[in-house]
Design a protein around this ligand. Structure first.
Ligand code: PEP
Length: 272
């Protein structure tokens, strides 16, 4: 009920978005909503109504990360213009891997994205750089698009190791992945995830630019030029516009705010 009221008040107060706005952009702005292990069908109905009843910037790729058991439900209810992602997968087609899901199963549910390497997978479930690289490579090989998450902890940042850690995570993937067309890199400093402590636009831009330079040197200038690098960590409707103006920030991965009406404002932050 509270959610419904929030949506109603948001819809009536938000500025109407001009659907015809077209932007010249090399790398398509991409906004992912990571619902994590939150909500139920009733919650999703409200979130989906928010996405479908508001006008979304057509120049933005929108992807919703839903819990595995709701992938089909969410896919069926969202329009095909919005992608649906699993939040994890294993690197085998099938077998005795209790509790895991395969990329093929994600595709079988008509979903074409997967989030891999989220810091919660790395930190709580002990996923290593190598395991994550296997997952990214396998998911790509069967045709999924991948949001590949990297980022440093607070301790690593304070030790001046931000670039080193991000490059190490990238290199592990680069050892396996040769075609980066369907990879979106999500730079998510761990200290900014779910904490309300967003990176400043300058901090985020610094890492994004370093990642693009790394990609130019280690992958190729063409891959670096086309690589979408999105930022995640306490993004809100208030801070999204200034972050989105940075030249190397190509979108966002959004946790908490993707469960709120303001998610639409984040999607439309370049054009509102
Ligand atoms: C996330 O989970 O990927 C995330 C960025 O969360 P939040 O926006 O809540 O910090």
């Amino acid at each position: 009920m509270l959610l419904k009221l929030l949506f109603r008040s948001f819809s009536s107060t938000s500025k109407p978005f001009k659907c015809s706005a077209v932007k010249a952009m090399g790398r398509k702005f991409t906004v992912g909503g990571n619902w994590k292990m939150n909500g139920d069908k009733a919650t999703y109905d409200g979130l989906i109504a928010n996405l479908t009843s508001n006008c979304l910037d057509k120049e933005v790729d929108v992807v919703i990360g839903a819990p595995a058991c709701y992938l089909e439900y969410v896919r069926t209810k969202l329009p095909s213009t919005i992608g649906v992602a699993a939040q994890n997968c294993f690197y085998k087609k099938s077998g005795a891997f209790t509790g895991e899901i395969s990329p093929e199963m994600i595709l079988d549910n008509k979903c074409d994205w997967v989030i891999i390497g989220h810091s919660e997978r790395r930190q709580i479930f002990g996923e290593t750089d190598q395991m994550i690289a296997e997952k990214v490579n396998y998911a790509l090989s069967v045709g999924l698009k991948v949001i590949f998450c990297i980022g440093e902890t607070l301790e690593e940042r304070e030790a001046g190791k931000t670039h080193e850690v991000c490059f190490r995570q990238m290199q592990a993937a680069a050892d396996k992945v040769k075609n980066w067309d369907n990879v979106v890199v999500a730079y998510e400093p761990v200290w900014a995830i779910g904490t309300g402590k967003v990176a400043t636009p300058e901090q985020a831009q610094d890492v994004h630019a370093a990642l693009r330079t790394w990609a130019k040197d280690k992958l190729s200038p063409e891959i670096a030029e086309g690589l979408r690098i999105i930022y995640g960590g306490s993004v809100t409707a208030d801070n999204a516009p200034s972050l989105s103006k940075q030249p190397d920030i190509d979108g966002f991965l959004v946790g908490g705010a993707s469960l709120k009406p303001e998610f639409v404002k984040i999607i439309n932050c370049k054009s509102d």
